[in-house]
Design a protein around this ligand. Structure first.
Ligand code: ADP
Length: 352
């Protein structure tokens, strides 16, 4: 009977050696029927002294690459036996697969650990950033209020003693302070999406849309906006944030309307575990190169004289959709209109 020798070892192909080297060189099993008649066997003397008379060896491949050579010695002289070799090949194949699987599992474990660590770091730094934005914008409001009220006081009390240049400069200060106030409020609103979100509850999107429309009544009436809609579903969500989402998208569809009265359609389609919503307008459209940028904080494509705004609306929309576990994107052609699409899962899934 063949016994696995205690000398089963792993060698590199470049190294000189007897049995192992032959296996590497030929990539085929090597059978030595009689060790005594094999002068090229490096460990011939040692094998004979140990009473080992025949040997065979075969390679172990892991993903097609040499991993090692396994060798067996026997105390009997044994002629080449194809059946034994076949069994050995099968075993070698399985060992190779086992090692490959082990390697893959170890690599996967490392990758998973890294991913978990990165996700934890990201969640922490995100929370810190939100907290920072919240505190910074909250605390900035106070000194800003002072700047505004004292410049207004100077204008009121000393206005008639200022020449026209000085009054114009003071107007710039008031203008700047007002704009900064708006930016701070927007930043606060943005950070609150993460820090002040409500628990998700069953939310009727019909009611959400009604509320968003009511908040925009003045703009809808002023510009004669025609809004049509599909029946909207009920899902688990933060209703206040959904109102904000619909209101920002509808508000933009009205604001960026172009020369005609705005016509807007709100769609909703069921897609497995999620709903796909669309807010489509026939307005000025967006150049595809800006499709990503417009969702970033304070990124806008027009100056405030052309279209008022601070560029926070879509960043808030993205944050709300992210928190609900959905995705938001835009499809648009310049001068033809835009369709803002977003998905929302039907069931509760908090991503804060
Ligand atoms: P704001 O409306 O204050 O500029 P948003 O973040 O809501 O900020 O929008 C960012 C930019 O995306 C806008 O300045 C505009 O250029 C573009 N945009 C948003 N909605 C539309 C739309 N419906 N049609 C065309 N452009 C749009």
């Amino acid at each position: 009977m063949f016994r696995r020798s205690s000398t089963a070892s792993v060698e590199t192909p470049g190294k000189p050696g007897g049995l192992n080297r032959k296996v590497w060189a030929t990539n085929a099993p090597v059978w030595i029927a009689n060790v005594a008649e094999e002068p090229t066997l490096k460990r011939r003397e040692a094998a004979l002294q140990a009473g080992l008379r025949s040997a065979f060896a075969f390679s172990i491949l892991v993903r097609g690459e040499f991993y090692g050579v396994m060798e067996f010695f026997s105390r009997d002289i044994r002629p080449r036996d194809e059946r034994v070799l076949e069994i050995a090949q099968t075993v070698a194949h399985q060992i190779g697969q086992f090692i490959a699987r082990n390697h893959a599992e170890a690599a996967l474990r490392v990758a998973n650990e890294q991913l978990t660590r990165k996700a934890q770091e990201l969640t922490r730094s995100n929370a810190e950033l939100e907290q920072f934005a919240y505190v910074a914008s909250h605390d900035l409001q106070e000194p800003l209020r002072m700047i505004s009220s004292y410049t207004q006081l100077i204008l009121r009390r000393y206005g008639d003693r200022l020449d026209s240049d000085a009054r114009e400069f003071m107007d710039f200060v008031v203008d700047g302070a007002t704009r900064m106030k708006q930016l701070i409020e927007d930043l606060l609103a943005y950070s609150r999406v993460g820090t002040h979100g409500k628990e998700f509850e069953r939310t009727d999107c019909e009611a959400v849309l009604q509320k968003a429309r009511a908040n925009l009544r003045a703009a809808i009436e002023t510009h004669g906006a025609v809004i049509t809609q599909d029946p909207l579903p009920t899902l688990e969500a933060d209703d206040t944030q959904l109102v904000q989402l619909f209101q920002n998208l509808l508000g933009n569809a009205i604001k960026f309307r172009g020369s005609k009265a705005p016509t807007i359609h709100i769609s909703a389609q069921e897609h497995g575990p999620t709903w796909l919503f669309g807010v489509e307008d026939k307005g000025i459209g967006i150049d595809p190169q800006y499709f990503e940028r417009i969702f970033m904080v304070f990124q806008r494509l027009h100056n405030k004289a052309e279209y008022p705004g601070t560029g926070i609306g879509l960043a808030i929309c993205k944050k709300v959709v992210d928190r609900h576990g959905g995705r938001i994107w835009v499809e648009s052609k310049p001068d033809q209109g835009s369709k803002f699409c977003f998905t929302l899962p039907k069931k509760r899934e908090i991503h804060s």
